[in-house]
Design a protein around this ligand. Structure first.
Ligand SMILES: [Zn+2]
Length: 351
């Protein structure tokens, strides 16, 4: 039972309008007028490119929490480890390369582990299928293969035929092929679409998650998710983007040994909550459902509460879909679900 009312403060998302976003998804979730513009990300954090926290919280938030609506592939990318980021940032600073220069790679001296929790069926390419992929990556990224659009079209035709002939039960074994077709549709001239065929492609159901530590090459293909990451902008891009690409850095820092699992650790699973807490990442996401009746959730550090579905009374305030609140370090979260059984859900970003 909640013996006192803990404090929390309403915060507004900072939206990012990227071309891979959606004209409807985030608009619906956050009650924003639809004007034909694409919204790709809603940010919650104290990052300099999108800050809705520092007015109410004096230190930097150690994570950045986002909602993503992916209707076109995000770049095929990998993030550096901490040491690489420290050295790279220092070296670019010494060269006098401006932070906002399009060729600037190290925007800060942090690593950037990320975790995504699916809100809808979410197609994502994470890591390589086998260490043999390295050869294919080198061939395509170093442009030794010299693949023409005609060759890409032929491969696309073959894959389309294969998918057409597949029985419904077989489609789940052809996710990399489906990702490839989406990438072809989004970036018709880009041969790095072929690299998706060498990758581990998963279709996450809502509530399923992937964790992307440094060195794991990845691309989000389609769907909506919650994402949490360290406060960093350090990205090496291989393709599927109009942004700056650095294939040397991608080849140097990609881990070509597949991991045993890309799922984050899940701790404290109860009938009313699931806590996704990747080991050593320094951040986590807890999903709380409609079974939470008069529950105290005691998580350390600064927290962000985001309503996803249904109605909750949290710390004395009504929380519905798209509403976000900041909960300071020492405050707990006292929750009472007002939703029908099976209907309510909210997320807590935390450390
Ligand atoms: Zn990433």
């Amino acid at each position: 039972m909640c013996d006192k009312i803990f404090s929390m403060e309403l915060i507004q998302p900072v939206f990012k309008k990227y071309q891979w976003g959606s004209q409807t998804k985030l608009q619906d979730m956050f009650s924003v007028t639809k004007n034909g513009e694409k919204l790709a990300e809603a940010w919650f954090g104290s990052h300099k490119n999108g800050d809705n926290i520092s007015k109410i919280y004096k230190s930097d938030l150690p994570y950045l929490f986002k909602v993503l609506a992916v209707e076109k592939c995000l770049s095929l990318q990998v993030h550096p480890d901490k040491l690489t980021a420290v050295k790279g940032f220092q070296s670019e600073q010494e060269k006098g390369l401006a932070i906002d220069s399009p060729t600037r790679v190290f925007k800060d001296s942090n690593s950037k582990p990320e975790m995504a929790v699916a809100l809808s069926p979410f197609l994502v390419a994470v890591g390589v299928k086998s260490s043999k992929a390295q050869e294919k990556f080198e061939l395509i990224l170093e442009n030794k293969a010299n693949i023409s659009v005609e060759q890409l079209d032929k491969i696309t035709q073959k894959i389309q035929n294969r998918l057409k002939k597949a029985k419904p039960g077989e489609l789940n074994n052809l996710l990399a092929e489906q990702a490839f077709l989406y990438a072809r549709q989004d970036y018709p001239d880009d041969p790095t679409a072929l690299l998706l065929l060498e990758m581990n492609v998963e279709k996450l159901h809502p509530g399923e998650a992937v964790y992307l530590p440094d060195g794991v090459i990845h691309a989000y293909i389609r769907g909506e998710c919650l994402e949490i990451m360290k406060n960093s902008d350090n990205v090496f891009r291989a393709g599927l983007t109009n942004k700056y690409i650095d294939t040397n850095l991608v080849l140097r820092y990609t881990n070509f040994t597949p991991l045993a699992s890309y799922q984050p650790d899940i701790i404290n699973k109860t009938i009313y909550s699931t806590n996704y807490l990747p080991k050593d990442a320094g951040f986590g996401i807890m999903l709380v459902n409609c079974r939470a009746k008069n529950k105290i959730i005691d998580l350390t550090g600064p927290k962000i509460v985001l309503g996803l579905d249904g109605k909750f009374e949290i710390n004395g305030q009504l929380v519905t879909r798209g509403q976000a609140f900041f909960v300071p370090n020492k405050e707990k979260i006292c929750v009472n679900s007002l939703s029908k059984l099976g209907q309510g859900k909210f997320a807590i970003a935390h450390i």
